[in-house]
Design a protein around this ligand. Structure first.
Ligand code: ADP
Length: 274
């Protein structure tokens, strides 16, 4: 009977344990693969601008007595150097996000201030591309979290909305508490009437280094890390990010962050058209 008891009670347990261990191993392997892919991608992404800068510096040397050519090559070196700086900053942002929780040093954040700061950072780009920016705030809604990270996340969404739109497009940034659905969350939406994203790509755009249109992304200084940072910031704040998109019509990204404290009536949008 003891042997029978063992086989009835213990065997399924052992089986379960083996399954758990096997699953653990798969998870560990997947984590390791992701890490390896990330390192490979980072090396590739860093090599591209570094290689370009090296070639350009040789070109500058060769063109020493042609001031016009020197100016042109130096300008392109500047573009590639800025690209490198952005890339390194984003990689550091991502690894910091993965290393520590922003809620450890959480502060009370005025959502409207986050929107205003994020939009301010993108004004020069918007003007250059003749894209109009609209901001509608919540007047008083607060969340608990990390101001710098939230501003970066919203800024990344606004930057993309500007980049993946044509001149004359409109980008609308808004925040509100959706009382009908779930008033525990503040929803920050960034909408554009730009090029949109194909349904087959929508799932992948939040992956690190994934770009739908590599040429357009690169030409605009994109790194393929922007949305992955947004996703991490959302998760670190206990929220999430979602997208609705229609190719040729535009996209709306919604960042949901747990709401906190008092909130007031929503403000009407203020436009500053160009
Ligand atoms: P990137 O630096 O290339 O912009 P992101 O991670 O920010 O990287 O975005 C990933 C890809 O998702 C982009 O390369 C682009 O193809 C697509 N994408 C992001 N935002 C938008 C948008 N508002 N409209 C259309 N496509 C977008």
């Amino acid at each position: 009977p003891a042997a029978l008891y063992l086989s009835i009670r213990v065997a399924p347990l052992a089986e379960e344990l083996i399954l758990i261990l096997a699953e653990d191993k798969t998870v560990a392997r997947r984590v390791e693969e992701t890490r390896r892919d990330f390192v490979a991608n980072v090396s590739h992404e860093l090599k591209t601008p570094i290689g370009a800068i090296l070639l350009l510096s040789e070109a500058v040397e060769d063109a020493a007595d042609d001031p016009e050519a020197v100016r042109k090559f130096a300008g392109r070196m500047g573009v590639e150097s800025r690209r490198l700086t952005d890339l390194v900053a984003q990689i550091i942002d991502l690894s910091r996000l993965q290393a520590d929780s922003p809620l450890l040093q959480a502060e009370e954040i005025d959502v409207d201030q986050v929107l205003a700061d994020a939009v301010d950072r993108c004004r020069v780009d918007a003007e250059r591309r003749q894209v109009s920016l609209t901001v509608a705030g919540t007047r008083g809604c607060r969340v608990l979290g990390n101001t710098r990270q939230l501003t970066t996340a919203v800024g990344n969404l606004v930057e993309n909305a500007i980049i993946y739109s044509d001149p004359g497009a409109r980008v609308a940034v808004a925040a509100h508490v959706n009382a009908e659905v779930d008033d525990d969350y503040v929803e920050i939406t960034v909408s554009d009437n730009g090029i949109g994203i194909a349904p087959s790509e929508v799932q992948r755009i939040f992956e690190r280094f994934y770009r739908v249109d590599y040429a357009r992304s690169r030409a605009n200084g994109g790194t393929g890390l922007g949305l992955s940072i947004v996703k991490h910031v959302a998760a670190a704040h206990g929220g999430d990010v979602d997208v609705w998109s229609q190719p040729g019509q535009g996209s709306t990204f919604t960042l949901r962050i747990p709401a906190h404290l008092h909130r007031g009536p929503e403000t009407t949008p203020q436009t500053d058209d160009h």
